[in-house]
Design a protein around this ligand. Sequence first.
Ligand code: PLP
Length: 406
Amino acid sequence: MGLLAEQRTSESLVAAARATVGLHRRPPTIVMESGSGAYLFDRAGNRYLDFFAGASVSSLGHGHSSLRAALHDQLDRLVHVGPIFTSGPEVLLLERLVSLSFADRVTFANSGSEANEAAIKLARRYQSRVRRESRRDTIVALGGSFHGRSLATLAASGRPAHCDGFEPLPAGFTQVPRDDLNALAETVDDRSCAVMIEPIQGESGVHPIMPELLAEARRLCDEHGIALIFDEVQCGVGRLGTLWAYESVGVVPDIATWSKGIGGGLVLGVMAASERFAQGFAPGSHGSTFAGNPLSCRAGLVVLDVLTTPGFLEQVRQSGERLRAGLDRLAERHPLIGPARGRGLMLGVPVVGRQAGRVVEAARQRGLLINSAGAETLRLLPPLIIGETEIDEALDRLNAAIESVE
Ligand code: PLP
């Protein structure tokens, strides 16, 4: 048997794919082979316009020339040093993240879940070791959140379907309804150590959190001396048309997590904190063998270079407006869908009759990759480099997909 996928038949690859357990349901016969810009190509030669970007990850699209050149160069130099030593790309990325954001200190991770775990640990340890408030251990999160699939982040999200059968989950997490300011104010108390929020919820169906609730969360955290954590794993890193999601919503957190788009496809997570809360960790409080990997950090540097190129984020905002306007025109034409929610290039389209899955499948058959967040929302997360022609092409294909379902 060949080691390269190219040396194998499609049938044998599809058969081998059955060995996975418990992960997402995937279209069983599609094996992706290559990508270029906003397009993906499968083994059978089909071409797809990628409006999901591997769940908000491929921010620069596929095969971006600067990313490829930097990764080739880094491959020739150094791929791993482990947690005891640092490397040039890691140090440069630390410096860049601190200079570009509210953060004074950064810890790297290998995924969004892991970055959120670090945030939860930091918020707790700040209370127990710096303030000596050992009773303050509870994270207050919002209903509908998705913070990851590790046990603590499952407990933070509180989504019954994701927790099913994995009990007991770690204690010290509670959720309040997404838009209920009073419930938030009543719940944050002398047992709380943090309020944890996705500024725009992704998995729940692209729900922006009300500005009033974000402001109230900031006020409550200041009043109690606890951390406001923004999980920007999906909505951060340029996706909303600002570098960080907190810049779009006008509330600055104490701790933020970034992942997905920051590696442009490489495995990279970031937990960023203000100096005050960073005191919660001493050397050795936290660690991760692969975190800060030179290859991933090199990718992060390229992504930040591209995103901070003058005019790039303005272009993301304009692309977002074009896409939203087009989606809203579709909504006027098709009773199956409603007006888009979200911001920048993170848009959700409500679908009546729990038909989102059917539209996603019909779109895929027409060469457009989108995703459903639940049965009632289409989620569009194109690469940030998307152009006008591709947006118009996606809208045409989506229109045809919706017509086929109606
Ligand atoms: N937080 C948010 C907001 C997410 O959308 C996700 C993943 O979808 C995660 C955390 C978990 O990230 P990962 O799958 O990299 O662990």
